[in-house]
Design a protein. Structure first.
Length: 133
């Protein structure tokens, strides 16, 4: 069972992803948060395997979550789910511990495949999304 934490400030998107992933027999949603601080609190009180992290959380930047998760001794994977990110920012996210990036425009099946790939549940290759120059 892959335990997933969602961090996104858009309720409609977050709840839709929770419903989509909740239909998968091998996924369990352990939390839905809107801020970095809420996400860290969930990490400290629940076993989490994968965090789906939006990079733009209203006034906050989701990238701030990466070092805080490491300080909280989070050993799972962080997959950034975003509307867009530059190549430079993508490189910074990976350097800071992000396991991958997926664009919100992707098909739902791609998100499910990526989650399974980063947790080692499939042999699927992690192909980086096309990013603007």
């Amino acid at each position: 069972m892959t335990r997933i934490l969602l961090i996104d400030d858009h309720s409609l998107f977050r709840e839709a992803i929770a419903r989509l992933l909740g239909r998968e027999s091998d996924f369990e949603i352990v939390g839905e948060c809107t801020t970095v601080e809420e996400g860290i609190a969930v990490l400290k009180s629940n076993a989490v395997d994968v965090v789906l992290l939006d990079i733009n959380l209203g006034l906050q930047q989701g990238g701030a979550f990466l070092p805080l998760a490491r300080q909280a001794e989070f050993k799972g994977k962080i997959l950034v789910v975003t509307a867009g990110v530059s190549r430079l920012e993508a490189g910074r996210l990976v350097e800071r511990g992000c396991a991958g990036i997926i664009l919100k425009q992707e098909r739902p099946e791609v998100l499910i495949e990526r989650i399974r790939a980063i947790t080692g549940e499939t042999e699927a290759a992690l192909t980086p999304p096309p990013l603007p120059d």
